[in-house]
Ligand binder design. Structure first.
Ligand SMILES: [Zn+2]
Length: 83
């Protein structure tokens, strides 16, 4: 019984880590910025994340960045124009 009690917090910790790896991290989204707009002092380069479409949208320069295997492709050359 004493052993089970000690294992419980460990199991919870592992589950939490698994969840974190599966979804695109919120912390990551907060630091992501449009590589084109981030150079513009007038613009924050803030992106809108569309989870269903797996897209990151910059409304400032109207570019759509794609998310491949939960990894955002932050390349202007790889982005598509927002339609
Ligand atoms: Zn932009």
């Amino acid at each position: 019984m004493g052993l089970d009690e000690r294992l419980l917090p460990l199991r919870g910790c592992l589950n939490k880590r698994k969840e974190k790896d599966m979804a695109l991290k919120k912390e990551l989204l907060e630091i992501l910025a449009c590589p084109k707009c981030v150079r513009d002092p007038e613009c924050t380069g803030e992106l809108e994340y569309r989870e269903k479409e797996e897209q990151l949208i910059c409304h400032h320069c109207r570019l759509v960045y794609h998310v491949k295997d939960d990894i955002p492709v932050m390349l202007i050359d790889e982005a598509s124009p927002l339609t």
